[in-house]
Design a protein. Structure first.
Length: 561
């Protein structure tokens, strides 16, 4: 194949990936993290919502209204005082959103999600380049690109109005530098100065997008350390090019130190407390199980969450069967990749990086008590490396390496037999990924952690009288959960009132709720969200509508008047 054919085939993968990432882009409900992105990118604050008083929908959604006078300075100010994220993506998103007109006076959800979707599409050719750079094989490059195009995890990240796809692009760039550095160590050839500077710049930019990029850097550091120790032990001499790699490490460390005081000074608002709530006794088992599930979900997934029990059981059985079929193939081909001189070094580098990153997640969870394995989105830090290694495995299935001239006829026949078996395996893996991505865009898998759409439907279908929705503001997350819920009432004939109760001085205080109810016209339905007073004077608890959906616990009190 010539370069035109390779380029044309790559365009096909890009088109497939773009179609998946932009399908139903605005169909899913917003959730609290996306609300955070939109509000800060607009240069607004959720803390402008008044407490202890009933407000209408327009007032609640004010933080989602673009302001002509808001600039980058406002983005930085509110982000540094109310959030725990670095600013690069939010500034970029601020400039991006200014290109689009508001919808009904509010920021466009399609516009907000289109930026990460576009960056996610960009990851497809980026992975093609990384695949070719790492293994010098167009087959690997194409397979890696198509795996990224149809990866359900990749599609899920690209349809979130968040910064993960930008971070993923920078991880791909940093991995490319790592691959070249590892090869330079093996060949004992100094890294070019321009590559050292590029690597430092990419690492610094990555930390300015997401602080978890530091996990990528730590995993890369572990790989380089192991390569250095092995090189010295094997050759009994010191590689003179190490000083340039050391300069890269020093420059990266300086870049990290720049962000450290900013990170320590950001307003967390209780947003990360949930990662410390896992059970320390069973933590080891659950962290290992979750990481295994997240690794599988990078390739394929079936609907197992919020489904009828028979569907969940059937999906789990089929998924386990697929994993049991694929794992022996992966391990067999990995062993062969490690035996072949042309692929051994790259396979060791990628395998070491993935194991190092997973080890960091396990250590942070089980030693420091911060269980980062509970959220699949955090595992973007090693996601590109998983697809790259899997692409190399599938490339061996698709086209086993050529044997030396003079080989016997039965060996040739064996190669042809392996090809006949391997190509259907590759096609099936890609097809499973495409099916799973279709389930992502139809909201069957990787559902939003907070399903405000389900709760709003429950409220609208149940209450036939005016509604007051009450929630506490224990942390800034409550503001965002309320905004996400209110957004679902846009265009609805039901126009509820909203109440954020300030419980910080007195967590058991219900006086504000009682006073607010007394000021409204009865009959009235009061829905308490993530807020559970034992009783509301003059109102009756409806036990049939006291339950929970993703991210929301709710109760309905009927106030007959």
């Amino acid at each position: 194949m010539g370069w035109r054919q390779h380029a044309g085939l790559l365009l096909v993968w890009v088109a497939v990936g773009a179609a998946l990432r932009f399908t139903n882009l605005d169909a899913k409900s917003l959730w609290s993290d996306e609300i955070s992105t939109l509000v800060f990118s607009l240069g607004n604050s959720v803390r402008d919502i008044p407490l202890d008083q009933a407000i209408d929908l327009n007032r609640l959604l004010l933080p989602l209204q673009p302001r002509a006078i808001a600039g980058v300075g406002d983005v930085l100010h509110y982000l540094m005082t109310e959030s725990n994220h670095p600013p690069t993506y939010f500034v970029l998103d601020h400039l991006w959103l200014r290109l689009f007109s508001p919808e009904n006076g509010l920021v466009s959800v399609t516009a907000a999600r289109s930026l990460p979707a576009l960056l996610g599409v960009g990851a497809i050719p980026a992975m093609f380049g990384l695949g070719w750079l790492t293994f010098r094989s167009h087959i690997v490059a194409h397979l890696v690109a198509v795996l990224m195009a149809v990866s359900p995890f990749g599609v899920y990240l690209a349809q979130e109005a968040r910064h993960y796809t930008l971070g993923m692009l920078l991880i791909i760039a940093s991995l490319a530098c790592l691959v070249v550095a590892a090869q330079s160590i093996r060949d004992r050839v100094p890294l070019p100065v321009w590559l050292c500077l590029t690597w430092v710049g990419v690492n610094g930019l990555g930390l300015s997008v997401h602080y978890f990029f530091a996990l990528t850097l730590c995993a890369e550091g572990l790989v380089l350390l192991s390569l250095g120790l092995w090189d010295v032990w094997q050759r009994k001499s010191f590689y003179s090019g190490w000083w340039r790699i050391g300069v890269v490490g020093l420059g990266t460390a300086i870049g990290a130190l720049i962000w450290l005081p900013l990170w320590q000074g950001t307003g967390d608002g209780g947003l990360t407390h949930w990662i410390f709530k896992s059970d320390p006794i069973n933590r080891w088992l659950w962290t290992l199980l979750r990481i295994f599930v997240w690794l599988v979900s990078m390739v394929t997934l079936l609907p197992v969450e919020n489904q009828p029990l028979p569907v969940t059981i059937a999906s789990a059985i089929v998924l386990l069967g697929l994993v049991a079929w694929l794992l022996p193939v992966v391990f067999r081909e990995l062993k062969l990749l490690l035996k072949e001189p042309l692929t051994r070094g790259a396979t060791q580098t990628l395998g070491g990086f993935i194991l190092g990153a997973i080890g960091l997640f396990l250590a942070i969870a089980n030693i420091l008590g911060a269980d980062l394995t509970v959220a699949v989105r955090y595992h973007f830090v090693y996601f590109p490396a998983v697809l790259l290694l899997l692409g190399a495995v599938l490339a061996r299935c698709w086209q086993p390496p050529n044997l030396l001239a003079g080989q016997r006829l039965k060996v040739k026949l064996k190669v042809k037999l392996l090809q006949a078996r391997g190509k259907p395996t590759v096609v099936l893996v890609v097809l499973l990924g495409a099916i799973a991505s279709g389930l992502v865009v139809t909201n069957q898998v990787f559902q939003k952690p907070h399903r405000a759409d389900l709760l709003s439907k429950e409220i609208q279908s149940t209450s036939q009288v005016p509604v007051l929705i009450a929630m506490t503001n224990g942390n800034d997350l409550r503001f965002r959960e309320m905004i996400a819920l209110g957004y679902e009432f846009l265009g609805s004939p039901a126009m509820p009132r909203f109440l954020l109760v300030n419980v910080r001085p007195n967590p058991g205080n219900t006086l504000v709720l009682e006073r607010t109810i007394a000021q409204l016209r009865w009959p009235l339905d009061v829905w308490t969200i993530n807020y559970s007073p034992d009783a509301v004077p003059g109102c009756n608890l409806d036990s049939q509508h006291s339950s929970k959906v993703n991210g929301y616990r709710y109760r309905r009190f009927q106030c007959p008047g």
